[in-house]
Design a protein around this ligand. Structure first.
Ligand code: HEC
Ligand code: HEC
Ligand code: HEC
Length: 132
């Protein structure tokens, strides 16, 4: 009796230990992370570096707000069905608007709103797209 209780505790503990990684929070990439050009897009500006650690006050899901067809939460923004319109400057599907749109979710939209509070927040083009 005692032995079987011990064994079921061991089994339960093992089960928890194995399940833990499934529930552990996913890790954000290092601050050296740089955007990749979407397939087929001719880039006119330098690629943007995005430091996750400076955005700890924003919830992961506020930016990673949609899963892709395979169920991944962290697919790139230009995933089919997301911000996959590479030419439009406006609209929900616009790749450009996702980063520069006049709303608090876009990079530039949020930075403009935070400028008074955090003067160092980048809002000028070449602060995000450094000239070579
Ligand atoms: C807060 C950061 C940020 C600022 C400021 C910013 N951008 Fe961007 N921009 C991005 C991100 C992120 C992307 C998408 C990823 C990439 O291109 O590296 C992007 C993409 C682009 C693209 C499409 C890709 C290309 O290279 O052609 C253009 C055009 C562009 N930006 C122009 C501008 C202009 C013009 C300004 C100034 C008015 C500006 N950006 C300011 C972050 C920014
Ligand atoms: C302010 C917006 C923002 C926040 C907050 C944010 N991310 Fe991201 N994350 C991005 C963007 C933008 C990308 C690049 C998407 C792309 O490549 O198109 C990205 C990329 C990623 C990637 C993919 C890296 C790769 O190599 O392709 C992972 C994983 C990730 N984020 C995890 C997280 C986690 C975990 C959190 C919360 C702790 C988080 N992110 C918070 C905007 C954000
Ligand atoms: C919801 C608000 C918000 C969004 C969305 C956001 N940022 Fe920021 N970002 C901030 C704030 C606030 C800071 C200042 C952090 C600090 O200095 O503590 C910051 C700082 C930065 C910095 C400067 C880091 C440094 O070294 O000082 C870069 C670069 C940057 N953001 C890029 C981006 C890009 C690219 C995106 C879009 C993919 C983005 N941010 C989206 C709020 C935001």
């Amino acid at each position: 009796m005692k032995r079987s209780l011990f064994m079921s505790l061991v089994v339960a503990a093992l089960g928890c230990a194995l399940a833990l990684p499934l529930y552990a929070a996913p890790k954000a990439p290092a601050d050296s992370f740089v955007f990749k050009a979407p397939a087929g897009m001719k880039m006119t500006k330098s690629l943007v570096k995005f430091p996750h650690s400076k955005h700890g006050a924003v919830k992961c899901a506020d930016c990673h707000h949609k899963k892709d067809a395979k169920g991944s939460e962290f697919a790139s923004c230009d995933t089919k069905g997301c911000h996959d319109n590479l030419t439009a400057k406006q609209g929900k599907d616009s790749y450009y608007a996702a980063f520069h749109g006049n709303n608090p979710k876009s990079c530039l939209g949020c930075h403009k709103a935070k400028k008074a509070e955090k003067p160092n927040v980048p809002t000028a083009c070449d602060k995000c797209h450094p000239k070579a």
